[in-house]
Design a protein around this ligand. Structure first.
Ligand SMILES: [Zn+2]
Ligand SMILES: [Zn+2]
Length: 97
């Protein structure tokens, strides 16, 4: 089961709905959040692929973002990729299978 999450910042940065975790599509996919410092963007990648994880756009190394186990309304430990303030809000939008 996977989760639909969304990251939003007061500067206007908004990831829209992101699907993370793994669904019924099988064990070959575990979607995790990653951060590209160069593109200043957070995106979902498949963590079952062997590392290193590289941004398709800019070929920069991506850093994996660890999500808290208990998904709630926390502020993430990472700064907003756009304004670099620690004001990124994390919301669970629902579940996907
Ligand atoms: Zn990039
Ligand atoms: Zn921001």
């Amino acid at each position: 089961m996977g989760e639909i999450i969304r990251l939003k910042c007061k500067c206007g940065y908004d990831t829209k709905d992101l699907l993370v975790g793994c669904g019924m599509i099988g064990p070959n996919y575990i979607y995790v959040l990653s951060h590209c410092k160069k593109c200043k963007n957070i995106k979902v990648i498949n963590d079952m692929k062997p590392p290193p994880h590289i941004c398709k756009k800019c070929k920069e190394y991506l850093s994996i973002i660890d999500l808290p186990d208990d998904v709630g309304y926390e502020v993430l430990s990472i700064p907003c990729p756009k304004c670099e303030e620690h004001t990124l809000e994390f919301k669970e939008m629902g579940l996907w299978d």
